[in-house]
Design a protein around this ligand. Structure first.
Ligand code: THU
Length: 142
């Protein structure tokens, strides 16, 4: 879905803005590492998310999964792109392995925009971020 239609510039700018805005809501008193994500559905809606940490550290949830849970629980299962923002000036923010697997559940042909605070970004296909992945189709092959 992602690769066949290039995201119009205006839509992309909005997605990039929404992930920055979501970062401002991050609840991260332990890591002090705010992250924001914005997920564009096939229907053109945007669901954003931030990381939500917990005093029981291991219960913390990443921004990417927060956005996916929000979209899925509102009835959206087809995604075109996700943009991710953090405060790291030197590196493009990348999703953790757990988030890559959760994203891959909903297809591997969509785009992930990895950003820096200065507004620059690189874009990767989910299939590039998680090659040789295991997904729902594989369960039918055994
Ligand atoms: N985090 C995210 O939300 N997304 C990422 O892509 C990387 C890490 C969060 C998890 C934790 O709350 C904090 O950043 C430090 O790892």
């Amino acid at each position: 879905l992602g690769s066949r239609f290039r995201l119009p510039g205006e839509r992309l700018q909005l997605l990039l803005r929404r992930c920055r805005e979501a970062k401002a809501c991050a609840y991260c008193p332990y890591s002090r590492f705010p992250v924001g994500a914005a997920l564009l559905t096939a229907g053109g809606e945007i669901f954003s998310g931030c990381n939500v940490e917990n005093a029981c550290y291991s219960l913390g949830v990443c921004a990417e999964r927060t956005a996916i849970q929000k979209a899925i629980s509102e009835g959206h299962t087809r995604f075109r792109a996700m943009a991710i923002a953090s405060d790291m000036g030197t590196e493009f923010i990348v999703p953790c392995g757990a988030c890559r697997q959760v994203m891959r559940e909903f297809g591997k042909d969509w785009d992930v925009y990895l950003t820096k605070p200065d507004g620059t970004y690189i874009v990767k296909k989910l299939d590039e971020l998680l090659p040789l992945s295991f997904g729902p189709e594989d369960l039918k092959k055994a």
